[in-house]
Design a protein around this ligand. Sequence first.
Ligand SMILES: [Zn+2]
Length: 396
Amino acid sequence: MSALQILHRDPGSRARAGVLRTAHGEIRTPAFVPLATKATVKGLEPREVAALGFDMVLGNTFHLFLEPGADLIEHFGGLHDFMGWRQPIITDSGGFQVFSMGYGTVADEIKGRAPVGPDRMGRVLSIDEEGVRFRSYIEGSERFIGPETSMEVQAKLGSDIALVFDECTPFNIDREYTARSTERTHRWLDRCLAWHGQHRPPGQLVYGIVQGGVYEDLRVESTQAIAARPVDGIAIGGSLGADKPQMYDVVGWSTAALADDPRPRHLLGIGDIDDLIRGVELGVDTFDCAMPTRLGRHGVAIVPDPGKRWRVDLTAARHREDESPIMEGCPCPACSNGHSRGYLRYLVKNRELTGARLLTLHNLAFVARLMAGLRGAIADGTLASHAAALRAGASP
Ligand SMILES: [Zn+2]
């Protein structure tokens, strides 16, 4: 039986709304999942994250494996108890971070920048069938992650949903390499499922990850290969393309291939406002992304302004004397307390913690309302008009 109970389907798209049941409670879908990369949603208390309306957060296997280590978190009874978040947690497998060290991001490739990896994340020493050997970015020691390591770490973290270890291919890689890599990802999936079947971490669901780069046949094959395995859910990962139209194609190939498969679908690392709306229409149930929290810490607020990518940069000089709130009518702590853009700009420019906190709260509140609105519209059968209004600049 699927952990996802689909309650409503949108007749005009692949969108669906429902309830995802896990060992630590339910997630109302479609849902956005804030990042708690290093066992905290940066700057916020767990109760604040819950009060914003989020049902699940995402912990990062790679970072927690290196620091403070899975054994220490297990000593505290797992990640829920360690960080004081009693609701569902999904953990990524570490694959994306490990491979980012060697490859960098799609943006790096497109803009011709060096990978962020070597300095920020560590350094890949070798990639083979067993897994990945790399140098830790913390103290330079040599470490190893393979499928079994990743599952063992996630079992110790005690997450409600574990993601299998995959090879995350970069954007500019050719079809030949992508095909071979995708096959290895499928072999790693079998090893992850074997480990999980043998050790049976209590109540933990496992999602497979679709790869296949930007090649339609490889994406469809990968989707079918993952769906044929006894996974509890299907995540869509890897390079999703050079631009948004290509990304929507790549995601759509998978959700079309899954058709009426009732298992939950997660889209990895996507969270721009327009991408969330389109992703929901394409039939994605959950999303995670650093965007709302990271932007907030850097002084960028999310606003209903599609022409400016739903963003306003409060660090810009024009906001110096701006007395208006980030957004009229927003119930978040920053706007409802009447904080002006000028004050928030001053806080952020001077690296006051309160500035990062207020903008993070505002951005997450915006995304929480967006997702609640999309869920409501699917239930009411009004998704098409609701999405059109959002794309025209309506407040969520
Ligand atoms: Zn606000």
